[in-house]
Design a protein around this ligand. Structure first.
Ligand SMILES: *[C@@H]1O[C@H](CO)[C@@H](O)[C@H](O)[C@H]1NC(C)=O
Ligand SMILES: *[C@@H]1O[C@H](CO)[C@@H](O)[C@H](O)[C@H]1NC(C)=O
Ligand SMILES: *[C@@H]1O[C@H](CO)[C@@H](O)[C@H](O)[C@H]1NC(C)=O
Ligand SMILES: *[C@@H]1O[C@H](CO)[C@@H](O)[C@H](O)[C@H]1NC(C)=O
Ligand SMILES: *[C@@H]1O[C@H](CO)[C@@H](O)[C@H](O)[C@H]1NC(C)=O
Ligand SMILES: *[C@@H]1O[C@H](CO)[C@@H](O)[C@H](O)[C@H]1NC(C)=O
Length: 565
């Protein structure tokens, strides 16, 4: 390369650099001024706990790169701001529109209160807005944010009616690009009929835990995911809701006032993996159409009035892992059909009136069964020793039946067992010392029986054990000093569970077991329990079992103490 060329090239590069600097220097500078304003605003409203914004170095030439949570586009403008989980309280900052290149704004999981400021609606470039898990109140209204692809305002205190006005949601001027809409856990209302089917790209809709009314109508079949759990939907679900080429992958209608039989036409949704209808008034046969959905993994039919006779087609659901038919008033023997569902990892039969058939139904031979919940039935006689040969069993919940006799010493051989809940039965005899071999055990519930004798010192070997309830028995003697070893180190069990955390949720979606494990008398839990939705119970149980602790208002301590009284 000649000297001249070289010189020109250098000059060119320099001028390019200078102009690039000028560009980022101006717009980036404006953005930086807004962020410095934001930082001052957040500091003023948060005197004690402060998030990463507190460390934003104001002396740096640009917020791009080094400021935590700040992302920039190629022109050096601030395009994304992530202040999630930053302990922010106080009102929402009213100058975000000063960030003219802002595309993503995530303020989720804070304690931001008050109404949405008018300024937010001036952030017209926003494509992704996440305000979930805050205390935002008032009406939902962002009419000018017509570029939104994701709107997540779940778990706030928003109120008002959501309706469709000339093809658009009344809170959004246009929904041409909207893909994800999550308004769950607010106090929104309105008739859901006609709410869907107007936004061409909408795929994921969560309206759960609000006050929506009306009937389930056509329009949901074009979505991949629809949840309207815990609202006030009523009436029947007509077959036309699932037309041919229904694209649903996940459908949750639990906790409404729906009735009638559920349509067989659900078989038109071959991609469905998750179906929850729990907590409604559905009756008649469990829809035979589910048998034509080969990939169905989770089927939750609890708390309805389904017929005891199940369609044989259910055995075609070879991918079914989670089956919950609790609270349907089923009596007699456990149905043998369950034993044919060989992929089952979770079988939830609590709150029925079953009297027998635990062994003869074959369910104890299910090779992958990890959770078996038979609580709140009318099982009697001796505890089945066959559970000791269940290779995968981790959660065995036999509470609130009338089992009698002794706790089989062989239960101590179920090495992988994490939850053993035998509480509120009619068990007698001593607590077998063999439970000391259960080194993965997290929960041991033996309360409300007629167990006698001393507490075996071997319980101290249960180094994972965190929830131990022996209350309301006839135990005598001293609390052995070895018990100090209980729960010394649950981390091996937790580590294993967290590794498997990508698997299904563990929680059964009903509160009884959580309530047994965290007694109402526990400070603060009484109130919390009455406020808890099924989803909350489910995720609380899930968190406990997966070893993420028990977060939130119900848990003052990291873990729960033992109840020996
Ligand atoms: C918003 O910007 C205006 C103009 O720069 C300024 O006067 C006002 O104080 C800002 N508000 C906050 C909360 O920083
Ligand atoms: C919004 O934020 C919450 C909490 O940080 C997160 O769980 C959720 O997935 C986010 N929503 C979307 C649509 O990404
Ligand atoms: C809201 O729903 C969307 C779509 O299902 C989901 O991606 C998002 O994680 C949900 N938000 C929260 C806070 O769970
Ligand atoms: C279930 O599978 C059998 C064959 O194994 C088939 O005859 C039947 O039609 C299937 N049922 C449904 C509802 O798809
Ligand atoms: C529990 O056992 C006691 C003593 O064996 C018996 O008197 C009582 O009837 C039993 N209760 C139930 C509910 O089976
Ligand atoms: C179990 O506990 C007993 C008594 O505390 C002790 O002697 C024994 O070594 C322990 N066994 C194991 C396997 O830790």
């Amino acid at each position: 390369m000649s000297r001249l060329h070289h010189h020109h090239l250098l000059q060119l590069m320099c001028s390019l650099l200078i102009s690039a600097e000028l560009v980022s220097g101006t717009t980036g500078g404006d953005d930086m001024a807004v962020l410095i304003q934001l930082k001052a605003f957040l500091r003023a409203h948060n005197q004690i706990n402060r998030g990463a914004y507190d460390g934003w170095p104001e002396a740096s030439p640009s917020p791009c790169g080094s400021w935590r949570g700040v992302g920039c586009d190629a022109d050096g403008r601030v395009s994304s701001l992530d202040l999630s989980s930053s302990s922010i309280s106080g009102p929402l900052f009213g100058n975000f529109s000063g960030l003219s290149g802002l595309v993503r704004l995530d303020l989720s999981d804070n304690s931001i209160a008050g109404e949405l400021p008018a300024d937010l609606d001036r952030c017209v470039g926003l494509q992704h807005l996440n305000l979930s898990y805050n205390l935002i109140s008032g009406a939902l209204g962002v009419p000018s944010l017509t570029k939104l692809r994701t709107l997540d305002v779940s778990r706030n205190r928003l109120e008002g009616e959501v309706v469709v006005v000339s093809g658009n949601f009344n809170f959004l001027g246009a929904c041409d690009d909207l893909v994800v809409l999550n308004v769950s856990g607010n106090s929104l209302g309105g008739d859901i009929a006609g709410l869907l089917g107007n936004c061409p790209r909408l795929r994921y809709v969560d309206l759960s835990m609000n006050g929506f009314t009306g009937r389930v109508t056509q329009g949901i079949a074009s979505l991949a995911q629809f949840s309207a759990a815990e609202n006030r939907l009523s009436g029947t679900v007509p077959p036309g809701v699932f037309p041919e080429r229904c694209g649903l992958q996940s459908l949750d209608l639990s906790g409404n006032r729906l009735s009638g039989s559920f349509p067989d036409s659900v078989s038109n949704c071959p991609g469905l993996t998750y179906l929850s209808l729990s907590g409604n008034g559905f009756g008649g046969q469990i829809p035979a159409g589910v048998g034509a959905i080969p990939g169905l993994e989770t089927l939750i039919l609890g708390s309805n009035s389904f017929d005891r006779e199940m369609p044989l087609s259910l055995t075609n659901c070879t991918a079914l892992r989670y089956l919950d038919i609790s609270g349907n008033g089923f009596g007699g023997e456990v149905q043998g059909l369950f034993a044919k569902l060989e992929s089952l990892t979770h079988l939830i039969l609590h709150s029925n009136s079953y009297t027998g058939g635990i062994v003869s139904s074959g369910i104890l031979g299910l090779p992958k069964l990890a959770m078996l919940d038979l609580s709140l039935n009318r099982f009697s006689g001796k505890l089945p020793t066959e559970v000791t040969s269940m290779a995968s069993i981790k959660y065995l919940v036999l509470a609130e039946n009338t089992f009698s006799g002794q706790i089989p010493a062989a239960y101590g051989q179920i090495a992988q067992l994490q939850v053993l809940d035998l509480s509120y039965n009619n068990l007698t005899g001593g607590i077998p010392a063999d439970v000391g071999s259960l080194s993965s055990l997290l929960v041991l519930m033996l309360a409300g029986n007629q167990l006698s004798g001393e507490i075996p010192k071997e319980i101290g070997n249960c180094t994972s054990l965190l929830w131990l309830n022996l209350a309301a028995n006839r135990l005598s003697g001293q609390i052995p000093p070895e018990i100090a070893g209980v729960g010394r180190d649950p981390s091996p069990t937790f580590a294993r569970n967290q590794k498997d955390a990508a698997e299904l949720e563990i929680g059964t979606g009903k509160c009884p077991s959580v309530v047994r494990w965290i007694p109402l008398g526990y400070p603060g839990f009484n109130y919390v329990e009455s406020e808890m939705s099924w989803k909350d119970c489910r995720s609380l149980e899930d968190r406990i079992l997966k070893g993420y602790g028990c977060q939130g208002t119900c848990c003052q301590d990291k873990y729960h103490p033992w109840f020996l009284q």
